[in-house]
Design a protein around this ligand. Structure first.
Ligand code: AHG
Ligand code: MN
Ligand code: MN
Length: 337
C-alpha cells in the first residue's frame, strides 16, 4: 500500500538561502576580526565563560536528581547562606577562567579576596556573580550568572591587586549574563550593541537568536520586592503607586538576571531601592549592577542609583552595594525625578 503525503512542508527558496544560525564561537571570532590588532585573548575569555555556563546548565538541569540543591552550611563574604549550587557554580567558573589562562585576576560574590589564577601576564580581570537568584534554585525557578570584564590597571607581568577592579563601570570592556530559564541564553556586549545566543542542548552550541537587542523607550512592567515597599524612600513608594494606577503589571521573579532579561525584551523597570535594613540597597555594584547597566545602556536603556548613572560610580570596595533602577529609559527617568 502506498502512502501519499499531501501536506509535506517544503522550505521556500528564501528560507533555504538563509545562513545556518551563527554560533556564539563564530560570532565572537568575526567580531575579533574587526580589530586588526586583537590578540584573541578577550575572545577566548568569553568562550571560557560560555563553556562554564554550559556545565552549570547541565548541573541545573539535573538538580533534584543529583545532590546539588539545598544549603551548603556556610556563609559568603556578605554573610549570606551559601547554597550548594552557589559553591558549585563558583568553582566551575573559577576553574574555567584559570584553565583558560586569559584572566589574571577574578573576584566573585562567593569569595572575600581577589582570586589570583597565577597568570600575571594576562591583560584582563573578571568580576562574577556565579549564581544569581540563589533563593530560587530549589524550586525550579530561573537563575543566572553575571560577569564583567576589565582591562587591568596594574602593569602586565606584576601581581594584580584590587586596584584592577576598582574602576568605573564605564571602563568595562565586556559584560554579560547567562540566564538558565525556560531555555538558556547567553547575552553579552563588548560595547557595540547587545546580542543574545540561545543554547541548543542537543548540539551543545549557543546560536544567535536575539541580534542587536534594544529595550523599548518605555514599558508597562515594574519589578521590585513589594514586601519591602514601606521601607522604600517615599518617592519610590509614590512611583510604585503610580505604576499601579496605570495598571502596569507587577512582575518579580527574585532573580535579577531573569527580571532584567524579561524587562529588556518587553520594556519595563527593575528597582532595588535602599531600605532601612540595607541603606545602600542589596545588589552588588561590581558583579550585578555594573554589568547589567552596561548592557542596559548598550540596548538603549538606562541604569541609575537614584543620583547618578550606575556606570559613573567609582567603586571603593570589591563587594560594595548600590541601589539600582534599571530598564526602559523613560521609566528610569521618571523614577529618578
Ligand atoms: P544572589 O542570589 O546572587 O545573592 O542575588 C540575589 C539578588 C538578586 O538576584 C535578586 O534580584 C535579589 O537578590 C532578590 O532579593 P530579595 O529577596 O530581597 O527580593
Ligand atoms: Mn546575584
Ligand atoms: Mn549569586
Amino acid at each position: 500500500m502506498s502512502v501519499s503525503f499531501t501536506s509535506t512542508y517544503l522550505m521556500t527558496n528564501e528560507e533555504l538561502a538563509l545562513p545556518v544560525g551563527i554560533t556564539l564561537d563564530r560570532f565572537i571570532m568575526r567580531n575579533q576580526e574587526a580589530f586588526p590588532f586583537a590578540s584573541g585573548e578577550l575572545s577566548q575569555l568569553l568562550r571560557d565563560i560560555a563553556l562554564a555556563g554550559k556545565i552549570i546548565n547541565r548541573e541545573i538541569n539535573r538538580a533534584g536528581l543529583i545532590d546539588i540543591t539545598g544549603q551548603m552550611g556556610s556563609q559568603n563574604v556578605q554573610g549570606e547562606v551559601q547554597q550548594k549550587l552557589d559553591v558549585i557554580a563558583n568553582i566551575r567558573f573559577i576553574r574555567a577562567l584559570k584553565n583558560g589562562g586569559e584572566a589574571c585576576a577574578i573576584i566573585s560574590e562567593e569569595e572575600t579576596e581577589v582570586i589570583l589564577p597565577g597568570n600575571n601576564h594576562g591583560k584582563y580581570v573578571v568580576a562574577i556573580d556565579p549564581l544569581d537568584g540563589s533563593s530560587n534554585i530549589d524550586t525550579n525557578v530561573s537563575i543566572g550568572t553575571i560577569f564583567s570584564i576589565y582591562r587591568r590597571k596594574t602593569p602586565v607581568g606584576t601581581v594584580p591587586t584590587s586596584i584592577d577592579f576598582l574602576q568605573k563601570g564605564r571602563e568595562q570592556i565586556a559584560a554579560g549574563y547567562i540566564l538558565y530559564g525556560s531555555s538558556t541564553i547567553f547575552v553579552y556586549t563588548t560595547g557595540k550593541g547587545v546580542n543574545g545566543f540561545t543554547y541548543d542542548n542537543s548540539l551543545g552550541e549557543y546560536f544567535l537568536s536575539h541580534p542587536q537587542m534594544q529595550v523599548s523607550k518605555s514599558g508597562k512592567i515594574f519589578s521590585c520586592n513589594e514586601g519591602n515597599l514601606f521601607d522604600f524612600p517615599q518617592a519610590i513608594q509614590q512611583y510604585i503607586e503610580s505604576c499601579k494606577r496605570k495598571n502596569y503589571a507587577g512582575r518579580y521573579i527574585g532573580s535579577l538576571v531573569a527580571d532584567f532579561h524579561r524587562n529588556l525584551l518587553k520594556g519595563g523597570i527593575y528597582l532595588y531601592p535602599p531600605t532601612e535594613k540595607t541603606p545602600s540597597g542589596k545588589l552588588r555594584l561590581l558583579y550585578e549592577c555594573f554589568p547589567l547597566a552596561f548592557i542596559a545602556e548598550q540596548a538603549g536603556g538606562k541604569a541609575t542609583d537614584g543620583v547618578q548613572a550606575i556606570l559613573d560610580i567609582v567603586p571603593t570596595d570589591l563587594h560594595q552595594r548600590a541601589p539600582l533602577y534599571i530598564g526602559s529609559q523613560e521609566m528610569v527617568d521618571e523614577v529618578t525625578q
